[in-house]
Design a protein around this ligand. Sequence first.
Ligand code: HEM
Ligand code: HEM
Length: 307
Amino acid sequence: MDKYAKLFSKAALIYLALGAFLGIGISVRPDWGERIRFVHIHLNLLGFMIMMIASVAYHVLPRFNARPLPWPEGVKYHFYLQNVGLLGMVSTHFAGGLWTNGALHYLFVLSAVMAGGGILLMIVNLYGVLAPADAGTLPARITGDMKVGEALDKFPNALPVFLASGFDSLANPVARKTFAKVVTIDKACEKHGVDAQEFVQKLNAALFSRSAPPTPPGRPSTEASAKEGRKIKMGEFCAADVMVGSLVKVYSETREVFEKHYGEECFSCPGHAIETVEQSAQMHNVDLEALLKELNCVVELQLKKRR
Ligand code: HEM
Ligand code: HEM
């Protein structure tokens, strides 16, 4: 569980204890009710209830929807705003701030705005997790008018199909970054004397049929990593699309790297078995490149020890 999601749970339990204590106070002395009824209600509802919901929702919703929070930093700001706001509200209300015209009333309003602002952040962030995926990120199929470079960027698995059809120059990464970016698939076919319609069909069949061609060496498959991960074998280095569970099974010492970044209870979540390194980094707002470097250092050390 992330730091602030956990802090929300802890704060919620503290507010429940305080709220229940005040509830007992009102039961014993109903005449206190007028003063502390608001405090009791808001510690319990705004403190315990909303914060416990926030804690669970921040942890669970991104995992259920396989989508990270649009603004992970926002959880921290929500935490401080709602806590400072709630404590300000209950203390100024207790001191009579709702009914006076002076500074106390302004303080109550300021606290109310802070608590409200925190809740607004939660709404926006969680709504972003639930919003439908952006359909425009990956085209449904490759078409002839698409630039060769664009097709390769979006579908790295298309490279072996290009190479097998005689586009040998694409084996060179510089070519893929330069002229491939300006030439359409139709034009490239024309130049190489390849039937464009047939070739596009071949590409789509290879990419969208069940048995897609293997990822070219050295290039992690971005398409595969967005969907399902792969297992790693002893002797291989880690890439973005490797499943965390498989990596830890083969290179047990990488477990400590995940625990360091994601918290010690990270492996209590069953998701780790099928989540890829890339997906896990996204979920925990950790830089993927830096994480892969760290993991591969550990992999290298473990491989050296075996020799
Ligand atoms: C040991 C636990 C609790 C005790 C002894 C307690 C006691 C009380 C008492 C004596 C009142 C005042 C009733 C009145 O003035 O008519 C009250 C009101 C209230 N309590 Fe609690 N309470 C407890 C826990 C909670 C919890 C956990 C929540 C919410 C999560 C909660 C929500 C409320 C609300 C919303 C009211 C206002 C009800 C209304 O406006 O009629 N209480 N409680
Ligand atoms: C930014 C958040 C909130 C602010 C600024 C706020 C403010 C207020 C104010 C000014 C009152 C009237 C108090 C009075 O007449 O003395 C009130 C009453 C109440 N609020 Fe809130 N509130 C907030 C959040 C919530 C939430 C999240 C809940 C429930 C989930 C809630 C439940 C209630 C209830 C039940 C009352 C009636 C209390 C009574 O019967 O005396 N409030 N709130």
